[in-house]
Structures are given as structure tokens and as C-alpha cells.
Design a protein around this ligand. Structure first.
Ligand code: SAH
Ligand code: SF4
Ligand code: F3S
Length: 477
């Protein structure tokens, strides 16, 4: 790739390396003098793809832009700065992003002062950065997941020095506390508890795009949760690629069960967490979840595959048997718990029989929800280098069968709600009918229901009258 002075380009091989360097925690964020109020009279728009980690990063981007004096805009059209926070998890996620950047070309043609920035996980991939630099001249700012805090100076160079800025570090840096945040939710909030991932599942690009696992200090997390409670937030979700591994990277090792218990004690009405990898799921964690009413009885327990050989090739470090034992323990200990999962079909050379093993687990666990994907080869990962003898048509058929299987079972499970009264945290009225509201149960079921004079953030009792595969219908009582 053509290197220009001042550019820092990503390197997935570098990103794969893990160091034992201690990670500094920095809690001062200052905006360079020249950049202060650079956004006065200007607007921004952020487009976010991918997981909740990205959603939360976009809240930091927005917080920084607010501090620079920019005003948020509802649409990309008419904005002075557009930032696209991208996801690299599967190829189709990347294609969507490239499509959107392509669409923004028109806006750039109409306004040459427009700054289009791309950040997030795709920016950590050298191949994609090359594509962006050669085929998308409208992109004038490229930065990665490790230097969001440098946005003021990077944006300043773009805006006032006319430079194209490309600054993507392959290695994680410090953990920043106290970065500004503009929360998009008024009663639900995300709380990072850790960054990065060290699991290196062989199909997954996240350990390369997000760097090594770095936990936040428990005291900082608890402080943030307390502030959210004081501000009236009703629900928080603790975020990490692997929340159960929380603290394992710290000297004074803390664990997730302890953190979760301390968070629950602060007393926010609803506490959630994601994602919990079966690998580090401790019994103590299950007990804590069962003990506190404000820890929601909902567990996302990614299966990926129900076949031991495939699991081994994926580097998941559990077997079908140990997964099911964990599942049983969860179901038998936490009252009224709902379980969801992630599954990949068509991992290289997955046989029909191996796929059937996945279906066996699905039939046993009767998941409340499932996110199902066809394997996508990700640059730099071991699985992308495996020879694959399975054609796409077979993979598509498997995905359809898997979806039919879990959908039918989820519908059955939802039907069991009919006649019951459940507590729903109201998201707001529907766009079509102001007397129809939606919200979620403690078990993360979407409920559409009739009601009156309700506000987003209210708790309301709803009697369930009907059940669908992905939602419940009811009436406020
Ligand atoms: N940290 C989480 C997963 C984050 S990625 C965990 O370990 O559970 C979300 C999901 O995307 C994964 O659970 C997996 O099912 C899917 N996924 C990740 N990489 C993929 C790939 N290369 N192809 C298809 N699906 C993938
Ligand atoms: Fe990816 Fe595995 Fe880490 Fe999840 S645990 S982010 S699937 S490497
Ligand atoms: Fe996507 Fe990066 Fe999240 S690849 S799923 S945005 S960690």
C-alpha cells in the first residue's frame, strides 16, 4: 500500500501478537487548545454497525464531537462531519458498510468541505484500508478502535489543514477513563467492563481488531453505574466480548461474579450483561444471577456448533457435553431464565452429521432466541486458511433448516406466556399507533401491547394475549 508521511497503517499480523505490557489507565482527557470549539455552527452524523461495543464507542465519538462544539444531526444529508463506525465480523457486514460509504459519495460531490470519516473494526484491516484509500477518495479520515480519544486533533488536521488523516494503530494502548459520552438512550445504558479479547476462536477477527483483553478497574465501573442510577437510568448492560473473563488480565485479579454482585447491589432496576462465553462461566456467577432480582434472568450462551470436532477446530474449548451440563445448571438454578445463542453453520468441511449434532443441541436447549450465521472467512484468521469442501448451496440449506428448527421451538416457548402477566420496561409508542407500545420483559422478550399515557422508561404490567416467533402481544393491566 502507498504510504504517505504521517500515515499509520494497520497490520493484522502485528495485531495478533500479545504482549505482557501493563496497560496504563488514563483518566484525563483534554482537547488541544486549537481544536476547542472547532465545531461551532457545524453538525455531525454517526452511522454505527456491529455490536454493542461499537454502539458504546459511538456514544464516545458523539460525546467528543459535542465537546468540540458540533451539533448532532438526524441525517447524513446536510451534515458537516459523517463518521461511519464499522464492523468486520462477517463479509456481508463489510459489504453493507462499503455500500453506505459509496452512497455518501454524492454528498461529497455536492460539498467538498464534507468530512467523511471511517473508524471501527474494518479500519483495523489492511486490505480494507487499501480499498478505502484507492477506491473511496471521499473518505478523508481513517482511524481505528485504539485511538478514538485522538479524534479532536485528527479532525482538526482534516478540517483546517486540508490533510487526509490515516492513523490506525495495530496495538491496543491505554484504557481511557472519563472520555466524554453522549448517551443515546435515556433510560437504558451500556457500560464497558473490558475491552478486547484473547480467546482467538479460529474464525473470529475480533481479537485482531480490538486488541488484547483489558479490564476496567472495578471501582471505575461501579462509579459509572452509580452515576447512571443517580441520573435515573432503569437498565444497564455490562459489556465485554467475554464478560466472564473479566479481571483475568489484572494483577489484583477480580472476577465477574464479584463485579456483578457489586453492580446489582447499587440497585439499578435491571442489570444485564453480554457476552458470556461458556468457557469461563463459573458456578458462582450462576448463583449471583439467581440471588439478585435485579439481575435479569436472561443469558446469551453462544454455542457456535454442537459437534465436538468442529468446536475443537473453532478453538472454543468446550464440548457438547460440557455445554449441556452448563446449560442444565443455568436452567435448574435461575428461576424463569431465558437463554439465547449464536451459531455458525458451514465452518470449513462441516459434514452433514456434524451439522446434525448442532440441531440436536438446539432441540435440547429450545433457545428463546438465536443469531445464526454462515461461516465467513475473515482475513488473518486460522479458519480463513483452512481448505473448505462444502459449497455455499449446502450451507444456505443448513442455515434455513437451523432457523426453522429454532423458530418453531421458540414459538412454542413464547406460547407458554399466553395468559401470564409480565413486567415490561416501555421503549415507547409505536410509530403507527400511539396506543400501541413496545418494550421488553426481564427475559428480553419483545412485547407489543395496548396501553395509555405511558412514557419510555416506565415499568408496566402486561397481560400476554398472543405469541409470535419473535414477539408477544398483550394489553397493559
Ligand atoms: N464474543 C462473543 C461473540 C462476538 S461475535 C462470543 O464469543 O460469544 C458475534 C457472533 O458472530 C459470534 O458468536 C459468532 O457466532 C459470529 N461470528 C463471529 N465470527 C464469524 C465468522 N467469521 N463467520 C460467521 N460468523 C461469525
Ligand atoms: Fe471472537 Fe471468540 Fe473472542 Fe467471541 S470469544 S470475540 S467469538 S474470539
Ligand atoms: Fe463487529 Fe468489531 Fe463488534 S467486528 S461485532 S464491531 S467488536
Amino acid at each position: 500500500m502507498k504510504q504517505k508521511p504521517g500515515w499509520v497503517l494497520p497490520d493484522l499480523k502485528e495485531a495478533q501478537k500479545r504482549t505482557t505490557n501493563t496497560i496504563d489507565r488514563i483518566d484525563t482527557f483534554t482537547i488541544p487548545e486549537v481544536a476547542r470549539m472547532m465545531g461551532r455552527g457545524k453538525t455531525y452524523f454517526i452511522s454505527t454497525y456491529g455490536c454493542q461495543a461499537n454502539e458504546r464507542d459511538s456514544e464516545t465519538l458523539a460525546g467528543i464531537l459535542d465537546e468540540l462544539g458540533f451539533t448532532p444531526n438526524e441525517t447524513a444529508e446536510g451534515s458537516d462531519v459523517i463518521i461511519i463506525n464499522t464492523c468486520a465480523i462477517r463479509q456481508n457486514a463489510e459489504e453493507k458498510v462499503l455500500g453506505e460509504i459509496g452512497n455518501f459519495k454524492r454528498l461529497y460531490r455536492e460539498n467538498k468541505d464534507l468530512i467523511i470519516g471511517v473508524c471501527g473494526c474494518m479500519a483495523q484491516e489492511e486490505g480494507l484500508v487499501e480499498t478505502l484509500l484507492t477506491k473511496y477518495p471521499q473518505v478523508r479520515l481513517l482511524f481505528g478502535t485504539h485511538n478514538i480519544q485522538e479524534l479532536p486533533s485528527m479532525l482538526y488536521s482534516c478540517m483546517f489543514e486540508g490533510k487526509k488523516v490515516v492513523k490506525i494503530y495495530s496495538k491496543e494502548g491505554e484504557v481511557y477513563e472519563n472520555l466524554p459520552v453522549h448517551r443515546f438512550g435515556t433510560f437504558k445504558a451500556w457500560v464497558n467492563i473490558m475491552y478486547g479479547c484473547d480467546k482467538f476462536c479460529t474464525y473470529c477477527i475480533v481479537p485482531y481488531t480490538r486488541g488484547k483483553q483489558r479490564s476496567r478497574k472495578m471501582s471505575e465501573i461501579l462509579k459509572e453505574v452509580q452515576e447512571l442510577k443517580d441520573e435515573g437510568y432503569k437498565e444497564i448492560t455490562l459489556l465485554g466480548q467475554n464478560v466472564n473473563a473479566y479481571g483475568k488480565d489484572m494483577d489484583n485479579e477480580q472476577d465477574f461474579a464479584t463485579l456483578l454482585e457489586e453492580v446489582a447491589k447499587i440497585g439499578i432496576p435491571r442489570v444485564r450483561f453480554t457476552t458470556s462465553h461458556p468457557w469461563d462461566f463459573s458456578e458462582q456467577m450462576i448463583d449471583v444471577i439467581a440471588k439478585y432480582d435485579n439481575i435479569m434472568p436472561f443469558i446469551h450462551l453462544p454455542l457456535q456448533s454442537g459437534d465436538d470436532d468442529v468446536l475443537k477446530l473453532m478453538g472454543r474449548r468446550y464440548t457438547k457435553e460440557s455445554y449441556l451440563a452448563l446449560y442444565d445448571k443455568i436452567i435448574n438454578t435461575i428461576p424463569n431464565v431465558a437463554v439465547s445463542t449464536d451459531i455458525i453453520v458451514g465452518f470449513p468441511n462441516e459434514t452433514d452429521e456434524q451439522f446434525e449434532h448442532t440441531l440436536d443441541v438446539v432441540r435440547y436447549c429450545k433457545y428463546d432466541n438465536a443469531f445464526t450465521f454462515i461461516f465467513s472467512a475473515r482475513p488473518g484468521t486460522p479458519a480463513s486458511r483452512m481448505h473448505d469442501s462444502i459449497d455455499m448451496e449446502t450451507k444456505r440449506k443448513r442455515l434455513a433448516r437451523l432457523n426453522k428448527t429454532w423458530n418453531d421451538l421458540a414459538l412454542e416457548k413464547n406460547k407458554a406466556y399466553i395468559g401470564r402477566t409480565v413486567t415490561v420496561l416501555v421503549d415507547g409508542p409505536s410509530k403507527k399507533d400511539e396506543n400501541v407500545y413496545s418494550g421488553y420483559t426481564d427475559t428480553q422478550k419483545l412485547v407489543n401491547f395496548k396501553g395509555e399515557n405511558l412514557q419510555a422508561g416506565d415499568f408496566v404490567e402486561v397481560k400476554i394475549l398472543d405469541a409470535k416467533t419473535f414477539s408477544l402481544d398483550g394489553v397493559a393491566v
